[in-house]
Ligand binder design. Structure first.
Ligand SMILES: [Mg+2]
Length: 214
């Protein structure tokens, strides 16, 4: 049976309580450098792509094995597994889109049985990270594109899509979705969203049920 609805979630600080780049930076011994770039990005001094490139450059030389190590340190947000299971049980497709890294999102997607996922790819050469990403950057616009593409593939109209996120990068996909939910959101995201929740993703369950019966 084809899905009736589509749920798309951001990953870092939405589907997971961890931030992938911070886990990798700690393993690489570059936590403070990455935090400094993040602070400049938050202050509006860098756009997302520039901050991504600068932060990934800090990871140069990290052994590839660190990717598995970091992936094992990812922690699901409370209620995440329950939300995905409930959405699937109701005949929804569930997807994750991330400005983080596919090497960390793919194991998560497999664990949760997600239908789609998309994220940036860290380049690996000679078993170490090169400090670069490969392919197009998954940024704010790409997150909206992913939601639209997946809805198109499934034949699910945009009115029957739900987007959940916490950051500025999530605003465009949230605007495109039929229903938008801020999760532990930054003030601008809370202001723009149809609903705002925090603490547990299970709080989205009644909102999804309402969307399904609308
Ligand atoms: Mg996030």
């Amino acid at each position: 049976m084809s899905p009736t609805h589509l749920l798309v979630m951001d990953v870092d600080s939405t589907l997971t309580s961890t931030e992938g780049i911070d886990l990798l930076a700690d393993l690489a011994g570059r936590g403070p450098q990455v935090a400094a770039v993040t602070a400049r990005a938050m202050a509006g001094e860098l756009d997302f792509a520039a901050s991504l490139h600068e932060r990934v450059a800090c990871l140069r030389g990290l052994p590839q094995a660190g990717l598995q190590e970091a992936a094992a340190m990812v922690r699901l947000t409370p209620g995440a597994r329950e939300l995905v299971a409930a959405a699937h049980a109701q005949g929804w497709a569930v997807a994750a889109v991330s400005g983080g890294f596919v090497q960390m999102v793919a194991p998560l997607a497999a664990d949760l049985g997600l239908d789609f996922y998309r994220a940036n790819t860290l380049e690996v050469s000679d078993a170490v990270l090169t400090g670069r990403v490969v392919g197009p950057v998954v940024d704010r616009a790409a997150k909206e594109t992913a939601l639209r593409e997946w809805a198109g593939v499934l034949g699910v109209p945009l009115e029957r899509t739900v987007a959940i996120g916490d950051g500025a990068n999530d605003l465009d996909m949230m605007a495109a979705a039929g229903l938008s939910i801020a999760f532990g959101g930054k003030p601008a995201v809370v202001a723009a969203a149809d609903h705002a929740i925090d603490g547990s993703l299970a709080k989205a369950l009644p909102l999804l049920a309402a969307a399904a019966s609308a």
